[in-house]
Design a protein around this ligand. Structure first.
Ligand code: FAQ
Length: 333
C-alpha cells in the first residue's frame, strides 16, 4: 500500500466512525471496514436462512389446520416468512455477495440458521406457541435492528417487524382459544408452551460472556443490545401475557425481583443449545434435507426466470439499437 492509499484508508475509517457514532446510516456504496462487511453478511445471511427454514415447522400444519380461517392465517404467515427471506437476501446482496452462494453455504452446513427451527411441531398448539413465543422473541430481537447502522438491513427490518407483530398476535389468539377451550385443548396448549419456552430463550444467542461477536457488533451499532439484555426483556414481556393466557411458564425459578425490577429466571441448558448448533438437534437433518430438496425442485423456476430475463434484456437492447424503445423508430417510419 502506498502512503497516499494508507492516508485514504485512515480518512475513510474516520468518516465511517463519524457516521456510526452520529447514528447515521452506512449505505452500500459507502466505504466500510472489511470486518464490518463480513459481520453483516454473516448475520444477515443467518437471518435470511432462518426465515426460509423457519417456514417448515409451521407449514407442517397447513393441511391440518382446524378451520378455513386458521388455514388462511397460517398460509399468509408462512408466505410472509418467505418474503422476509427475500428482503434479507436482497439486503445481503447489497454487500457484494451472491444469494446463490449464500444458499450453497447453507445447504453445505457452512452457514447457520436459528437453533429454534430444529424442534418439531407435534400438535396444532405448536403453531400458537411458535407465533406467541418464537415470533415474540424475533420481534424483541429485531425491533432494535431497525436502528442498525447498515441502511438496507435497518430498512428491511421495519417491514419485517410489522409483519412479525401480526404473527405474534395470531399465535397469542390461537393459544388463548385453546387455553379457554376444553380441558384437552388447554392441556395441548400447556404442553406446547412447555416445549417451546426454553428453546425460545436460546434464540437470543449465548450468554454475554460467551458471545464472541456482541462487543464489536455493538460498537458498530449493528446490534443495539446484548443477548442477555434482550432475553431479559423477552421474559419480562411474556410473564404477564402467560397469566392472561391462563398458561404457566415451565420455570420454577421464575419470580419478580423487586430490587432489580425484572424477573429472575432459571438456568438455561446451554449444552442443549450447543448440541443443536453442532447439528444434533431433534430436526437438524430433516430441515436441511427438506431445504435442499426444495432448492433442487425449484431449479426449473430459477432457470426459466433467468431465460426470461436474458430474452427481455436482449429485446430491450435490440429495441434501443433500432430506436423502437423510445418510439423513435415508429416516428421515423
Ligand atoms: N441459533 O456472538 P454471538 C425468526 C451463533 S428469525 C444459531 O452472540 P451474534 C422469524 C452465532 O451465529 C430468527 N446460531 O452471535 C421467524 C455465532 O456463530 P459463529 C433469526 C446462533 O451474531 C419466526 C455464535 O453462536 N433471527 O425467528 C444463535 O452477535 C417464526 C456466537 O453468538 C436473527 O437471525 C441461534 N439462536 O448474535 C421465522 C436475528 N445464537 O458465527 C419463521 C438477527 C447465536 O461464531 C417462523 N441476528 N448463534 O459461528 C442476531 O440478532 C444475532 O445474529 C444473534 C446472535 C442474536 C442471533
Amino acid at each position: 500500500m502506498t502512503t497516499a492509499q494508507a492516508t485514504d484508508t485512515v480518512d475513510q475509517q474516520a468518516d465511517f466512525d463519524a457516521v456510526v457514532s452520529a447514528e447515521g446510516r452506512i449505505e452500500p456504496r459507502d466505504w466500510m471496514p472489511d470486518a464490518y462487511r463480513a459481520t453483516l453478511v454473516r448475520q444477515i445471511a443467518q437471518h435470511a436462512h432462518s426465515e426460509i427454514i423457519g417456514m417448515q415447522p409451521e407449514a407442517n400444519w397447513i393441511t391440518r389446520a382446524p378451520s378455513l380461517r386458521r388455514k388462511a392465517i397460517l398460509m399468509a404467515k408462512v408466505q410472509d416468512e418467505a418474503g422476509h427471506g427475500l428482503y434479507l437476501y436482497g439486503a445481503a446482496e447489497t454487500l457484494d455477495v451472491d444469494r446463490g452462494e449464500l444458499l450453497d453455504k447453507l445447504h453445505a452446513g457452512r452457514q447457520r440458521y436459528s437453533s429454534i427451527f430444529n424442534y418439531p411441531t407435534l400438535t396444532w398448539a405448536d403453531v400458537g406457541a411458535i407465533g406467541w413465543l418464537v415470533d415474540g422473541a424475533a420481534i424483541t430481537n429485531q425491533v432494535p435492528l431497525c436502528r442498525c447502522s447498515y441502511g438496507p438491513y435497518a430498512r428491511a427490518m421495519v417491514r419485517i417487524c410489522k409483519e412479525e407483530s401480526f404473527h405474534q398476535r395470531q399465535g397469542y389468539e390461537l393459544l388463548h382459544a385453546l387455553s379457554h377451550g376444553t380441558p384437552a385443548q388447554h392441556a395441548m396448549a400447556q404442553d406446547a408452551v412447555d416445549r417451546w419456552w426454553w428453546p425460545s430463550l436460546m434464540m437470543f444467542g449465548p450468554p454475554d460472556d460467551e458471545s464472541s461477536h456482541s462487543e464489536q457488533s455493538m460498537a458498530w451499532r449493528i446490534k443495539r443490545h446484548s443477548n442477555d439484555e434482550l432475553r431479559q426483556r423477552f421474559v419480562d414481556i411474556c410473564v404477564p401475557q402467560a397469566e392472561s393466557l391462563g398458561l404457566a411458564l415451565p420455570d420454577p425459578d421464575l419470580r419478580w425481583n423487586e430490587e432489580r425490577g425484572t424477573h429472575d429466571f432459571g438456568e438455561i441448558d446451554w449444552s442443549e443449545f450447543q448440541q443443536v448448533l453442532r447439528g444434533n438437534g431433534p430436526c437438524n437433518e430433516q430441515r436441511l434435507d427438506q431445504r435442499r430438496t426444495a432448492h433442487e425442485n425449484g431449479a426449473w423456476v430459477r432457470e426459466a426466470a433467468a431465460a426470461h430475463a436474458a430474452k427481455h434484456s436482449a429485446r430491450t437492447s435490440d429495441d434501443a439499437v433500432s430506436g423502437t424503445a423510445t418510439g423513435e423508430g415508429a416516428m421515423a417510419g
